[in-house]
Design a binder for this molecule. Structure first.
Ligand code: NAP
Length: 307
């Protein structure tokens, strides 16, 4: 079965490439950052260019597309509204058109940023009431997929943690750990909460959706609802860093960033009952992250490992 992964050079894309079941023949796309990894073919693609998308899809003739590409940086979208729109909305529209032309199944990646943050926990039926531009753009792209008439699945991860590749955007937890390792203090907000999800678990859930032909929407999250400060403390504990370097601050102290919804944590009922995925405790996921990359351990662990 041939699959195209858009955004193969991104954080989630990296995990999808690494965890792809052997029976799938994968073509992963990149835009600005060519990955140096093996195991699949990489193709350049600009999703905002309809003819480029159409051309690649006609050449590969995939049975399914996992669409992760887009502008996933919340502050970038707030400051660069048009560019964010073309990546997140126009780009998704181009993917939908190419899927229609080739009768291709679509797995589309959404986000917790589509929710307002004042009425958690959020399930698949919850109204989308985004508080920032990124959330508005992703809401619009979700609606395009819902109305597309395709054989579609929307996978909606919440804040993900995992290893960023050298060529990809820096993951939040990796950013925290690198600062702590360098002995630099970090300020983390204690009034923005999620139930963070391992990017590896997200990738495996997506493969499960594809293999079992799951249609509809799936909100994916971890077990523990924490604020960013608590997430930083937990990562410091698991990776053996000094938690004293982390200072709790309020979201409003960052004046130049996009508004953040207060608590977008998900309920995980559908994920557990339909996909058979019990949400993973945060410490377990972070420990698994640490153990999965022994080559990064020296880089990140300063002190003794926490028991
Ligand atoms: N990370 C999270 O915590 C999180 C949480 C909830 C939902 N999500 C959603 O999950 C998906 C993946 O997120 P991520 O964090 O893995 O994203 P990411 O690391 O920022 O990667 C974005 C990917 O999109 C590609 N891309 C950007 N502009 C493009 C364009 N014009 N044409 C083609 N490709 C383009 C990038 O390619 P280059 O790097 O090569 O330019 C990169 O591969 C996104 O849909 C995001 O909204 C992410």
């Amino acid at each position: 079965m041939k699959i195209i992964i858009t955004g193969g050079s991104g954080i989630l894309g990296g995990y999808l490439v690494e965890t792809a079941p052997a029976r799938f023949q994968i073509t992963a796309t990149y835009h600005s950052n060519l990955p140096r990894s093996e195991g699949c073919g990489f193709a350049w693609l600009d999703i905002t260019d309809a003819s480029a998308v159409d051309g690649l899809f006609r050449e590969i003739k995939p049975e399914a597309v996992i669409h992760t590409a887009g502008a996933a940086n919340v502050d970038f979208c707030q400051k660069n509204q048009e560019q964010g729109y073309s990546n997140n909305v126009t780009g998704t529209g181009n993917i939908i058109s190419a899927c229609r032309a080739g009768n291709i199944r679509l797995i589309h990646l959404s986000t917790n940023a589509v929710y307002g943050g004042d009425a958690p926990p959020y399930g698949e039926e919850s109204p989308m009431e985004p508080v920032n531009i990124y959330g508005q753009q992703k809401k619009e792209s979700d609606n395009l997929v819902r109305k597309s008439g395709l054989d579609w699945t929307i996978v909606r991860p919440i804040l993900m943690y995992g290893w960023s590749r050298p060529w990809s955007r820096k993951d939040f937890v990796v950013w925290v750990l690198e600062n702590l390792k360098a002995g630099k203090p970090v300020k983390l907000v204690d009034d923005v909460s999620e139930n963070p999800l391992s990017a590896e678990v997200c990738a495996q859930a997506i493969w499960g959706c594809l293999e079992k032909r799951m249609a509809g929407e799936f909100n994916l999250a971890g077990k523990d609802v924490v604020n960013r400060y608590q997430l930083g403390l937990t990562a410091a504990k698991v990776f053996g860093h000094d938690p004293g370097l982390i200072e709790p601050v309020k979201n409003e102290s960052f004046k130049k960033i996009a508004p953040r919804p207060a608590n977008t944590s998900f309920n995980t009922l559908k994920m557990a009952s339909v996909l058979g995925l019990e949400p993973q405790p945060l410490e377990e996921g972070l420990r698994r992250m640490m153990e999965s990359r022994p080559d990064r351990m020296d880089l990140l662990i300063k002190g003794r490992l926490a028991k």
